[in-house]
Structures are given as structure tokens and as C-alpha cells.
Ligand binder design. Sequence first.
Ligand SMILES: *Cc1c(COP(=O)(O)O)cnc(C)c1O
Length: 338
Amino acid sequence: MQRYIPPLEGRRGKLRLDFNENTLGPSPKVVAALRRITGEDIGTYPEYSRIYSKLASSLGIGEEELCITNASDDAIKVVLESYLDKGDEIIVPAPTFAMFEVYASIIGAIVRTILYNDNLSFPAEQVLQAITEKTKAIVIVNPNNPTGTAVERAVIIEILEKAKDRLVLVDEAYSQFTGESVKDLIGRYENLVVVQTFSKIYGLSGLRLGYVISSRRNIESIRKVNSPYSVNTAAVIAGLAALDDQEYLQSYVAEVLASRAFLADELKKLGIAALSGKANFVLAQFGQRCKEIDERLREKGILVRDRSSDPLLKGYIRISAGTLSQAKQFIRSLKEVL
Ligand SMILES: *Cc1c(COP(=O)(O)O)cnc(C)c1O
């Protein structure tokens, strides 16, 4: 295996448009709640009943249909460990989030990569055709990172139908930006597992809180594999406070959507092809200049993610859409660099 080493050090104080985080951090209520943590809170093993009940009711599901995890990369790990054995095949449309392949490899599962279409649309036909007796699981990231592609609900249902006896893992890390989720289908499809996270829109990347939604029966299996204390007390306290401030989330989503449209427009005005996608980032086409632009922006304190080494994303840099004023700052600096 190759070790996955994210370029994550020394990012504080910079304009972080490289990891699709909430660029404002969490609701101020989260920070206030964390300041109230006591020594007893820290010295005691975590207790989960409040977060289970609050999160389940906010999702409109039962507590037995929910399993909290150490953010969604741990959710993906626990789900794959629960269902895959060595030699099982897992279909992963790519390019996508790196951790599916990492955790599948640890298990010794065989990753069957299906490339997104050249126009970055979801390769629905190819995925459907790739489902054979050997297939044990199928991954759908909706909307996808780094392509920004949304998958139609009807397509997900078609895959769920065709893959009746296999696991269909839907990663909804960015679902708040489309307002769409398939979590309501868990009662209808026993093979559906949905993963969501507090890392992106909620602004809790640094505390690690995510969760799995599935049928009661699946969750029972998944909880057997899940480490009993993988979510820490600070993450629980932050998650509870974050759920209390839905207004903050709504206003951040609105801000990101405006900022994403602004970025796409301004890039086009500069003669740079841009794909705005359905998540909280845009892809901008800089051709041969990606590395240079990335470095020059970095010198100006702006971080973006050069995705140009991916065969489908040749010449593209991914830019997270933060607030409108951050997008303006980015465009000003980009003009200087160009
Ligand atoms: C960022 C991201 C996640 C979130 O990972 P966490 O481990 O929850 O921080 C999950 N899936 C995708 C596709 C992502 O881009």
C-alpha cells in the first residue's frame, strides 16, 4: 500500500480553500460549549445517549438506525470492515475521496475502479454493468469530491435495485449543498448505508465526528465492529451545540452557493474555464500553469488544491467556496498572480 499523506501542516492563519472545510469554523455556540468543558467531562469516558437522541431526531430516524463514528473516514472503515472480506470486490467510481481505496486495501478487498465520464458526469451505465456475482459493495459519493458531480436519486435507486444483495455505501459529506439525501430510503432498501459528517458544513473537522445511517439490522452489525469509545467527549459536546444552531448552517450554505457562483463567473471573465459542480468548491482549468499558480497563491497566504495529476482532472485546481468576501479576496490575488 501507498501511505496516504494529506498536505495538512501549517494551514492555520491562511485562507484555506484547499480542503472544503467550513472556512468560518463552527457556530460560535460550539466554541462557547467547548469552553465550558470541565475536568470531570475530560476525565470520564464519553457518554453518548444525548447525541444519539438529538442527532436521530434531527435526522428523522430511530436511534437504532444510527451509529456515530470518529468522522466519516472512520465510518467508511467500520462499514467496510463489517461487510467486506479479503478478495471481495468493491466498485468505486473515481476520482473520489481517497479513503475508500485505503480501507478496502487494508481488508484485502479488490477495488474495481470505474472512471467518471469525460464530462465528469456519473458513469451510471458502467457502474450498473460492473455489478456481477463477485461484487460485494458499491460506493456512491453524492455529490462527489473532487468532481462536484451530483448523482440523480433515480440512478441511486436503480443501483440499489440491481445490487439487492450487496452493500451500497452512499457518502453524503456535501449533501447540505444540494439539499438532497437518500437517508429516507433506509426503510425500503436493506442494502443501503449512508455516511454523513460534521467535518464540512458544521465546521468540526478538527474534532472528528461522523455517523452511519442504515437499517436497524445493519447498524447492529456495524456497532459490533465500531470501537466503543471512538468518538471523544469534546466532539459530542460540539456536535450537540452545532445541531442547536441550524440558522448558522442555513446562512453558511446560502453564502457558499453565492460564493461558488461568483467564483465561476469571475473565473470565466478571466478566460479560465470553471466547473462549479454541486458541492462547496469549483474546479478551475489552468492547464500547464497549475503548479505555478498553486505556489504563487500560497505565497500570498491562499491555499487551493492542485488536482491536475489526476488523469480526468488534468489542468484543474480545486478551490473551496468559502464566504463571498473570501472568494473576492481569492479573485483579487489570482488576478495579481496571472
Ligand atoms: C471531506 C470528505 C469526507 C469527510 O471526511 P471526515 O473523515 O468526516 O472528515 C468524507 N467524504 C468525502 C467525499 C469528503 O470529501
